[in-house]
Design a protein around this ligand. Structure first.
Ligand SMILES: C[S@@+](CC[C@H](N)C(=O)[O-])C[C@H]1O[C@@H](n2cnc3c(N)ncnc32)[C@H](O)[C@@H]1O
Length: 491
């Protein structure tokens, strides 16, 4: 489980058995399957029991996958000659592929299963020899210059290498570079209108900061590299726009790979670079070179039918990260989409002027449709946040399960949260007419829609929660009390 999932599952013991993210569930079932497979390989007895367990685990994986069906529309009429050439080049260099490449709706190119693929089948097997890693820089003429630049990372060296190699007609990776798009269209390329459209979201700051960071990196290298070594760094290949193109290439296509020497390197992986991301992926375990075959394998963790698009998980990434560095929003519920909420929990100790000491603490909130528990005292909202708000009003409060709950306080908390989030919604207005907007403004507005959907769900849950508490309060008032033990009243 990720930190985010742990945070949101705190206090939701009753519903802990239900999974909160598809990927986590698949990962858990996959770990069970690996354990069983290891036992089957190592022990001779109990084989029949282990086989039954294995079958049950596979059934659960199939059942999980069968709940998900994202239809991929494949555009058969778009020319994929360059992609086919890359696949042929790969195969002649030892790549094993059970996938073919095609244009798919909404995501450029994607990888499609050639045949029905089962759990454990290797969709792609990529020899290290075709992987682009820092080694290519060491072999190049720019290395002797770059190695003398104080503090330069191998990732930055690779950026500079790829800017030049893209134009090298004799490159060993020519067919790969030929398949790369002229523009990546990530958040890093947002124009001013799209940035303005993000007003009211934290993504605006995220993109501006990321771009400023890259600009500083660029300015630290250029123009000095160009004037000192114009033969190695031809100025026409090293403009800011080309630098940004290379950054987008590496952010959106780079994968971290663990090599047999134990070193983690950022790599470009021809052919595997066509796998699109999903929150319900088929492939979750990849990224470690098999030291026996000297290749990187992409095994399936759930089945993929012939003709279906085969998805990878790029990681536990939020949609704001995906927009900034990849240029798209996920389909389906992304449990990594959280709204940070910093609250000032004033301490009991007061300062000299008599004011209370402030103590800002960060909490998170996400779409309440992801929560299974909308009952009283939970409301679909995260328990760590609710408990902190309860403690700030009643220092004796410990947890909801063993504490005397004050219903008036519950109402206050829900009211405060609702008004905080209602204020946020007001800053998220966006135009209805988007027909003539550019790709970047459209993406910015879609992101804003997502934020509004999350915040609206929180506001709705606060309203619904208040209703529940008011009903309870009415009952208690009739009994002559404003509070009660939550665990006694709600077994
Ligand atoms: C590693 S590449 C995958 C191949 C890519 N579709 C192409 O045509 O080259 C990553 C890029 O693919 C696109 N992409 C990946 N997953 C996507 C998804 N689920 N929906 C839309 N676009 C996606 C984004 O443009 C992203 O920057």
């Amino acid at each position: 489980m990720t930190q985010v999932d742990l945070y949101f599952s705190v206090g939701d013991v009753l519903h802990a058995a239900e999974y909160c993210s598809f990927r986590n569930e698949l990962e858990a079932l996959h770990s069970v399957l690996s354990l069983i497979d290891n036992r089957i390989m190592s022990c001779e007895n109990m084989l029949a029991v282990l086989q039954v367990l294995r079958k049950s685990t596979l059934d659960l994986i199939y059942e999980l996958g069968s709940k998900i069906r994202y239809e991929t529309t494949i555009f058969e009429n778009i020319n994929v000659d360059r992609e086919k050439r890359l696949l042929q080049w790969g195969q002649s260099n030892g790549v094993g592929a059970k996938l073919y490449l095609a244009y798919v709706q909404g995501a450029g190119r994607g990888a499609i299963a050639r045949e029905d693929l089962k759990v454990g089948d290797i969709a792609l097997d990529i020899p290290v020899s075709v992987i682009i890693s820092e080694d290519v820089v060491y072999e190049s003429d720019m290395f002797t210059i770059l190695e003398n630049i104080n503090g330069i990372s191998s990732d930055t060296m690779l950026l500079l290498w790829s800017m030049k190699e893209k134009h090298n007609g004799d490159s060993r990776f020519r067919v790969y570079f030929d398949t790369l798009p002229e523009a990546f269209n990530t958040g890093l390329s947002f124009g001013i209108d799209a940035i303005m459209a993000l007003d009211g979201t934290l993504l605006l700051e995220e993109i501006v900061q990321a771009k400023e960071h890259l600009r500083l990196q660029y300015d630290a290298l250029f123009p000095s590299l160009l004037s000192d070594h114009p033969d190695i760094f031809p100025p026409e290949l090293y403009s800011w726009e080309q630098f940004l193109w290379a950054c987008e290439l590496w952010y959106s296509n780079g994968m971290k790979v663990m090599f047999p020497d134990g070193k983690l390197r950022t790599c470009l992986i021809p052919i595997a670079g066509f796998l699109n991301h999903s929150v319900c992926p088929h492939i979750i375990h990849y990224g470690k070179v098999d030291s026996t075959t000297k290749s990187l394998k992409f095994p399936l963790s759930r089945p993929c039918k012939a003709g279906e698009q085969c998805f990878l998980s790029y990681g536990h990434l939020s949609d704001s990260h995906l927009v900034t560095f990849y240029g798209f929003l996920t389909q389906g519920d992304n449990s990594n989409d959280v709204i940070p909420l910093d609250i000032d929990v004033a301490q009991g100790d007061s300062l000299k002027d008599g004011s209370l000491m402030s103590n800002w603490t960060s909490y998170m909130v996400r779409g309440t449709w992801l929560s299974k528990n909308h009952g009283i005292f939970h409301y679909g909202l995260p328990s760590p946040l609710l408990d902190e708000l309860r403690r700030s009003r009643n220092p004796l409060f410990r947890t909801i399960t063993d504490t005397h709950v004050n219903l008036e306080i519950e109402l206050e908390i829900l009211d405060d949260l609702r008004s905080t989030f209602e204020d946020m919604i007001e800053t998220l207005a966006s135009p209805d007419d988007r027909e003539h907007c550019c790709w970047d403004v459209n993406l910015a507005l879609e992101f804003k829609d997502l934020q509004r959907r999350i915040i609206s769900s929180i506001v709705a849950s606060c309203y619904a929660g208040s209703k529940l508490v008011e009903q309870e309060l009415c009952k208690c008032k009739n009994l002559g009390s404003y509070s009660y033990f939550s665990n006694e009243q709600h077994p």
